[in-house]
Design a protein around this ligand. Structure first.
Ligand SMILES: [Zn+2]
Ligand SMILES: [Zn+2]
Length: 156
């Protein structure tokens, strides 16, 4: 890094936010694995907080991207009020305070009740119906497609 840094673009900041989201998801996953290995939860008790802090960072990064490029505003998060598996859709099963995907071979686990928490994934698709457009993450797009909805890729 010898050259003068270029001004970051909104897209670059948004990409950082995506990395932070992925990190938060990885921490959730770790929390889930640890809570299964150690049901008393001593080893993993800090992780939900850690995931929350990283999600907060992702949110602030997204806000920054929106400040740099106002067109990003309102076009960021999935608008569904419950969580799904980012790959398989409505396949979540709750057990205790954790949630896992029931799809064989998926293995995703979250250290919180993801299926009742508002979806916090980034919007990657939109569902088009008579009511207009609804922004969806990849997992909710799978569901919408499975139920016959018209789903298109979405880029802010
Ligand atoms: Zn899955
Ligand atoms: Zn979603």
């Amino acid at each position: 890094m010898t050259s003068t840094p270029a001004t970051p673009t909104a897209a670059e900041v948004r990409e950082l936010a995506t990395h932070a989201e992925e990190l938060a998801a990885a921490i959730d996953n770790l929390a889930g694995v640890l809570s299964q290995a150690d049901p008393q939860g001593r080893a993993g008790f800090r992780l939900p907080d850690a995931a929350g802090l990283v999600r907060q960072a992702a949110y602030e990064l997204l806000e920054t991207a929106c400040d740099l490029r106002p067109a990003y505003r309102l076009f960021t998060f999935c608008s569904m009020g419950w969580g799904v598996c980012p790959e398989h859709g409505s396949t979540l099963i709750a057990a205790g305070g954790t949630t896992h995907c029931a799809t064989p071979g998926c293995g995703r686990t979250w250290g919180y009740r993801r299926e009742i928490a508002p979806c916090a994934e980034l919007a990657t698709h939109r569902l088009i119906d008579i009511a207009g457009e609804t922004l969806l993450c990849a997992g909710h797009a799978v569901d919408a497609r499975n139920s016959g909805g018209r789903v298109e890729p979405f880029t802010p």
